[in-house]
Design a protein around this ligand. Structure first.
Ligand code: FAD
Ligand code: SF4
Length: 462
């Protein structure tokens, strides 16, 4: 029987042995012929479930129809209308859980490769200088956006579209949040991030880098100077296991390891003046996407043996299937059913090993995954030169402690109502700051929704 839609057009990738020697993109992208052939497989379903599953409701079906006709400009404009950063989302969104996951062709493992189509048309627009044109009817009110991650970017773009005078305050010396400092260049090339962000200033937003709100500019000052505020400060504070030896040198949080590698370009040392200690044997504790990013960076930094240390099994690993597969292809070793007890160091305070328990799986816990149970007396020592804890992050207290009027949850995330407005009048929040660790596309959706709420709030005040 002929399969509807046929097989997915395979994406060429750098071979594992080659790619672990560089930080260039792993997927090589579709050619024009390939992108059209992939788009032609779309059966243009009447109800387009892919669009309903997209957190920003991109008009995916229409975008694909234009690609089939070779109208890449039109396809790009359709994507850009709802998604401020399509070249980024096309590369990093978990499409298999969203648009692609509900595509009827996914039942045979051949869902339309929506992410790669989106990335293609956005790259094509960048290479051909095609931009979205819209007429801004300027308004006098000023709005401040705190944080330039995906939530801040999408909120700022939409606020400009409504005509507000927007200033984005970013703590770091580069804009983009996790897109810039967390996700490595081999998954998300930095020229793409820079290009997508340059759009912010092109449409007239004022981007103030090196401005930590709560430190070199106060929140109250923003409240005096701006008619409304959006908080998109993310969740950048790392969580730790709380085990003995955690302060040893050579033991990092995933955030610090990725920050040094990506934002501070440690992989280009000594061209860039950022040291990173990454020995021959490195253990990464955790099995989410961030852990895979750390493990894959470590390989590229020259580590010989890279281990993912996880208390459950591969089957329960929270990482996307594609990320896990890429890591394994590259030679990362996955150690299942182990849990650290303590880190061991030498007389100079450098980590040399980690002691772990063996674990077994029990009944499902609240997350629905089998509970990992410690096997008493199973301790063993594993020699390692570097250890990285990748256990998730939470919102930074620095900003929150300076703004006690903001209500927070027990996880430290900011409380908002259904329109994403906080308890403080005219102040909205979104992205990881309200969700904890989430995704780029959810942050974009929040930014968009918050911009609409701020717009309605400012209209009501007139
Ligand atoms: P962030 O991206 O964290 O941006 C917040 C910004 O606010 C930062 O630039 C920060 O410097 C700034 N800021 C903080 N406090 C202040 C202050 N007081 N003053 C001024 N500025 C401030 N999601 C996916 O969908 N796909 C992936 O493949 C993926 N991979 C990931 C890999 C890593 C390593 C990490 C850490 C996360 C990953 N995520 C991924 C999650 C995703 O990146 C986040 O959910 C998303 O970036 C959240 O966006 P945000 O705008 O809320 O916050
Ligand atoms: Fe095309 Fe799949 Fe969307 Fe249907 S669900 S319109 S086949 S991409």
């Amino acid at each position: 029987m002929l399969e509807i839609g046929g097989k997915r057009i395979a994406m060429k990738e750098q071979r594992p042995k080659q790619r672990i020697r560089n930080f260039r993109s792993v997927p090589c992208g579709y050619t024009k012929e390939e992108v059209i052939a992939e788009a032609q497989r779309c059966i243009q379903c009447i109800h387009a479930p892919c669009e309903k599953m997209c957190p920003v409701q991109m008009e995916i079906k229409s975008m694909i129809r234009e690609i089939v006709e070779g109208n890449f400009k039109q396809a790009f404009l359709i994507a850009k209308k709802d998604n401020a950063i399509p070249a980024i989302c096309g590369r990093v969104c978990p499409q298999e859980e969203q648009c692609e996951g509900v595509c009827p062709l996914a039942q045979t493992g051949n869902g339309i490769n929506i992410g790669k189509l989106e990335a293609f048309i956005a790259d094509w627009a960048m290479e051909n200088g095609v931009k979205e044109e819209f007429h801004i009817k300027e308004r006098l009110e000023k709005v401040a956006v705190i944080g330039s991650g995906p939530a801040g970017i999408s909120c700022a773009v939409d606020l400009r579209r409504y005509g507000y005078q927007v200033t984005v305050f970013e703590a770091l010396h580069m804009a983009g949040g996790v897109l810039q400092y967390g996700i490595p260049a081999f998954r998300l090339p930095k020229n793409i991030v820079d290009y997508e962000i340059s759009y912010l200033t092109e449409i007239g937003a004022d981007l103030k880098l090196n401005h930590i709100v709560g430190q070199n500019i106060m929140f109250d000052e923003l409240r005096e100077k701006f008619s409304a505020i959006f908080i998109g400060t993310g969740a950048g504070a790392p969580q730790f296991l709380g085990i003995e030896g955690e302060r040893l040198k050579g033991l990092y949080s995933a955030n610090e390891f990725l920050f040094r590698t990506n934002l501070m370009k440690a992989y280009k040392f000594p061209e860039y003046d950022t040291p990173i200690v990454c020995g021959n044997a490195i253990g990464v504790i955790g099995a989410g996407n961030v852990a895979m990013d750390v493990a894959r960076c470590a390989l590229r930094l020259g580590a010989k043996d890279v281990y993912i240390l996880y208390r459950r099994t591969k089957r329960e690993a929270p990482a996307r299937a594609e990320e896990l597969q890429h890591a394994l292809e590259e030679g990362v070793e996955f150690m299942e059913l182990v849990n650290p007890k303590r880190a061991i160091g030498d007389k100079d305070g450098w980590v040399t090993a980690i002691e772990m328990f063996r674990m077994r799986l029990g009944e499902p816990d609240k997350s629905g995954r089998p509970r990992p149970i410690k096997i008493e007396g199973s301790e063993f020592i594993m020699k390692l030169d570097t250890v990285v804890e990748s256990l998730g992050t939470k919102p930074n207290r620095l900003f929150l402690d300076m703004t006690p009027e903001l209500e927070t949850t027990k996880w430290g995330t900011i409380k908002v109502d259904e329109d994403l407005m906080t308890k403080i009048e005219g102040v909205a929040a979104g992205g990881d700051a309200i969700r904890g660790n989430a995704t780029v596309i959810l942050a974009l959706g929040d930014g968009r929704k918050a911009a609409k709420s701020i717009h309605e709030y400012l209209l009501r005040r007139q």
